[in-house]
Design a protein around this ligand. Structure first.
Ligand SMILES: [Cu+2]
Length: 134
């Protein structure tokens, strides 16, 4: 077999695999907060959210754009239109400035995700995100 054709086929194959794995892992940023001390971004998996289990990913950067791994990130999740019972706790640090939250979306509609970040220097900031389950 012509080795040039084989090489091209291999490149196409790995390209397709890379593209697919990127698609599976991607979750778009829903919103960011740039209060004085840094940047809080929220993304979700699945995106868009569906009823059932959900993962919220918080990405943290300081005001210089450097990822923050040692902050305390807490959350409070509830519907905006009614009290479905609060889901709250601390997000788990995943490294590279990313923190993860496991939640359960028990109803279609708008939900509020309140994120509170406590930096090691004692400063803190809070950001509310609204997400839709559909
Ligand atoms: Cu509800």
């Amino acid at each position: 077999m012509n080795t040039k054709i084989l090489l091209i086929l291999l490149i196409l194959m790995f390209g397709a695999i890379g593209y697919l794995s990127l698609k599976v892992n991607s979750s778009s940023v829903l919103g960011t907060s740039t209060n004085g001390s840094g940047l809080i971004s929220l993304s979700t998996n699945p995106n868009p959210l569906k009823p059932g289990p959900a993962t919220f990913l918080i990405d943290l950067k300081d005001k210089n754009g450097k990822v923050v791994n040692d902050a305390k990130v807490s959350y409070n999740i509830n519907m905006t239109t009614m009290d479905m019972g609060e889901q709250n706790g601390n997000a788990t640090s995943q490294g590279n400035g990313r923190y993860s939250i496991s939640a359960k979306m028990t109803m279609l509609g708008p939900w509020k995700v309140s994120i509170t970040v406590k930096m090691t220097d004692g400063s803190s900031e809070k950001k509310d995100f609204t997400v839709n389950v559909r």
